[in-house]
Design a binder for this molecule. Structure first.
Ligand code: NI
Ligand code: MN
Length: 224
């Protein structure tokens, strides 16, 4: 799987047959090196919650590419009203299956504005299972997420203030039992300034910490 980070919580996960965009925050994301119209093809867009820095340009991308929007019920209703034709509404504890990928919606400790409840996703693909935690504080059921959904790679917020900071994110790595982690949701704005090396140090030998530059792609094989 190719994992590209575009700053903040915005990622592209690309498998042999699917392009999945998560939390496509482009307008207002100064770290993001691409424009929304540069995204010419997408199979799925997933959104963790209704805040602008996550819902972002999801509607535009779905309309431009015909991608399926996977999100909580309230967000899919809002997107449908804005003209998105292909939506998969779901909620926490549930899963939605595509041809090769499966989306599991997980809890997140945060808020979500008017658009339903905030969440995270474990995205199961033939190549790798990835946990995108969304915006969240630390919660002990991350251990259960690790046990039951077996993610190998975690995308975790480390920016503090609105989400976990490095100490709690490093505990999350331990509880999830993942072998690889990519930090996110930091250095987009001054209040979430963070040194990812500090997080790396706290994780230690627990997992491989991959610090990406915005626009950089990591090729992940998971555990053989
Ligand atoms: Ni948020
Ligand atoms: Mn956020």
């Amino acid at each position: 799987m190719e994992v590209t980070w575009y700053g903040h919580a915005f990622f592209k996960l690309e498998t042999e047959n699917d392009k999945i965009y998560v939390d496509p925050f482009i307008e207002g994301n100064e770290l993001c090196p691409i424009e929304v119209d540069e995204i010419k093809s997408a199979d799925y867009v997933t959104v963790t919650h209704g805040h602008d820095d996550h819902y972002g340009q999801a509607v535009k991308i779905c309309k431009n590419t015909g991608a399926t929007l996977v999100a909580n019920y309230e967000i899919t209703v809002d997107a449908s009203e804005q003209g998105v034709s292909d939506v998969e509404p779901m909620n926490i504890g549930g899963s939605v299956s595509g041809e090769e990928v499966k989306f599991h919606m997980t809890e997140a400790l945060h808020s979500s504005g008017a658009l339903g409840h905030q969440c995270g996703f474990v995205i199961e693909t033939p190549e790798l299972n990835v946990y995108h935690a969304g915006d969240t504080g630390l919660f002990s059921d991350m251990e259960l997420i690790g046990e039951m959904l077996e993610p190998e790679l975690a995308l975790l917020p480390i920016g503090d203030r609105f989400t976990m900071g490095p100490p709690s994110a490093s505990r999350a790595v331990e509880m999830l039992g993942v072998s690889q982690v990519i930090p996110m949701h930091y250095n987009t704005f001054e209040p979430i300034s963070q040194d990812p090396e500090k997080f790396k140090k706290l994780v230690g030998y627990e997992a491989e910490v991959i610090v990406l530059q915005p626009g950089q792609t990591h090729f992940s094989r998971g555990i053989e």
